[in-house]
Design a protein around this ligand. Structure first.
Ligand code: NAD
Ligand code: UDX
Length: 475
């Protein structure tokens, strides 16, 4: 079957960029991206897109209104589509069975029911969302139980591997595309149909086809392995701080072994983002349900280490500031979970702020891309504080880093934005209270030069500060 019309349900961080690149590379295919959020769709149709991704504006500008459409009107888009991507959120369950660990598939199920009720003829339904293994079973069940005579569905798994901040590049030039399908003639044909779409810009040797369950599981495994590398190097960072080794040197020496590789060995305040923790928890839950206790506890440790790293860093701020930060002013540079995105989901900055707010600190926050409203929503959520009024009193949001740092006792770098590397730290130092502290949670500042300026410097996986008062030598 030739795919002429594609519908995508979910215009979020995955659905929006993925379908924009698809429309850009396949001008012969009409792509309609749907979302139930009116606000989000209005933003996709406006000059200011709802998400920040380098290179995305240009692509959307070129395709929008040509073969790329954003709408809340789901029904006609489903009816006319040959292929439907389900790209809705699959968050960790917050209640009921599997609370705090299992993936909540209610949005995926709602999409399946909608598709079943509207479809006629042959449709390919594609799981783009990250789901537990065998989620495709539930989708097929719902589709076949609700379908009318003459309708034929094929369900494929086609997980997305893009990372935020580099989504456009990742989509234009992916390491691989993974498509899982039913091991039958109709299943194989549907896989080939989706391969044809990707082959508009991706060579066939980069497209892997597997059975459905391998594809679903591979997505969780890829994220688990990436997160595991970060937790591994973060564990080593604690060892470096205790021994005087430098974690960057250790990472370089270790990563140059071609069997290990150098990527994802950047020690940090901890990993964030909407995927790693959620997908690890999901893997742990699946393993527990299958009574694979050791497997579950092995992967749980990756999350535990990440919690340890965040709390270790936050506790060090209090400790170095003479064990009290009540009424002190601390400047937080960076609130997004990584650079080049405005996304704050599971951002380590939220954890650090929560910790400092509980100790009664005043926070001055600056981030180049996160909307102030988003920061306040995050910090006043019940997960962070039981007293949102108090948070509003203690937190001030700034639109430039210099004003945010004026009069502060300490600066804490939580996101590795390039602009933080190039700041005029002398200018910042001059306006701060003394002794002035710099906590570099991303290891991006030239520590020697800020030490020269007069800062007391603390970072991850390396002893920097020279003051004997502030750092007793364990020897
Ligand atoms: P998101 O929250 O940004 O977007 C999901 C969108 O789906 C929302 O706008 C929501 O309004 C919409 N939606 C939910 N139910 C709907 C329904 N019934 N009808 C219409 N719209 C509906 O989520 P995201 O970050 O784009 O992630 C989507 C999926 O992709 C998740 O499963 C995630 O794990 C996976 N994923 C995310 C990333 C990432 O970097 N964010 C990368 C790879 C995979
Ligand atoms: C991740 C996966 O990389 C991507 O393939 C998947 O599709 C979605 O989840 P994302 O969460 O967008 O992507 O960003 P990523 O670059 O993986 O970073 C995740 C977190 O780990 C960030 O907080 C980042 O700062 C942190 N990180 C990353 C480190 O602390 N050290 C590293 O070496 C790499």
């Amino acid at each position: 079957m030739v795919i002429e019309k594609i519908c995508c349900i979910g215009a979020g961080y995955v659905g929006g960029p993925t379908c924009s690149v698809l429309a850009y590379k396949c001008p012969n295919i009409k792509v309609t991206v749907c979302d139930r959020s009116k606000e989000r769709i209005e933003q996709w149709n406006s000059p200011k897109l709802p998400i920040y991704e380098p290179g995305l504006d240009e692509i959307v500008k070129e395709c929008r209104g040509r073969n790329l459409f954003f709408t809340t009107d789901l029904d006609p888009a489903i009816i006319e589509a040959d292929l439907i991507f389900i790209s809705v959120n699959t968050p960790t369950k917050t209640f009921g069975i599997g609370k705090g660990r299992a993936a909540d598939l209610k949005f995926v199920e709602a999409c399946s029911r909608k598709i079943a009720s509207l479809s006629s003829g042959r449709k390919i339904v594609v799981e783009k969302s990250t789901v537990p293994v065998h989620a495709a079973d539930s989708i097929i069940n719902i589709l076949t139980a609700n379908t009318r005579p003459g309708v034929e569905f094929q369900v494929l798994s086609n997980p997305e591997f893009l990372a935020e901040g580099t989504a456009v590049q990742d989509l234009l030039n992916p390491d691989r595309v993974l498509i899982g399908g039913e091991q039958s003639d109709a299943g194989r044909q549907a896989v080939e149909d989706l391969c044809w779409v990707y082959q508009h810009w991706i060579s066939r040797d980069k497209i892997i086809t597997t059975n459905t369950w391998s594809s679903e599981l591979s997505k969780l495994v890829a994220n688990a392995f990436l997160a595991q590398r970060i937790s591994s190097i973060n564990a080593i960072s604690a060892l470096c701080e205790a021994t005087g080794a430098d974690v960057s040197e250790v990472a370089q020496a270790t990563g140059m072994d071609s069997r290990i590789g150098s990527k994802f060995l950047q020690a940090s305040v901890g990993f964030g983002g909407s995927c790693f923790q959620k997908d690890l928890l999901n893997l742990v839950y699946i393993s527990e349900c299958l009574k694979l206790t050791e497997v579950a506890s092995y992967w749980q440790k990756v999350i535990d280490m990440n919690e340890y790293q965040k709390s270790r860093f936050a506790a060090r701020i209090v400790e170095r500031l003479f064990n009290t930060i009540t009424d002190k002013t601390i400047t937080i540079l960076g609130f997004a979970f990584k650079k080049n995105t405005g996304d704050t989901r599971e951002s380590p900055a939220i954890y650090v702020c929560k910790y400092l707010l509980e100790e009664g600190a005043n926070l001055h926050i600056y981030d180049p891309k996160v909307e102030p409203k988003q920061m306040m929503t995050d910090l006043t959520s019940p997960m962070v504080s039981v007293d949102p009024e108090k948070v509003r009193e203690l937190v001030k949001i700034y639109d430039d880093p210099y004003s945010a740092a004026a009069g502060a006792h300490a600066i804490v770098i939580c996101t590795e934005w390039d602009e933080f590397v190039r700041l005029d730290y002398q200018k910042i130092y001059d306006t701060m209270l003394k002794p002035a502290f710099l906590f570099d949670g991303r290891k991006i500042v030239d520590h020697e030069s800020v030490l020269e300026i007069g800062f007391h410097v603390e970072t991850i996986g390396k002893r920097v500060t020279r003051s004997p008062l502030l750092r007793a030598d364990p020897a």
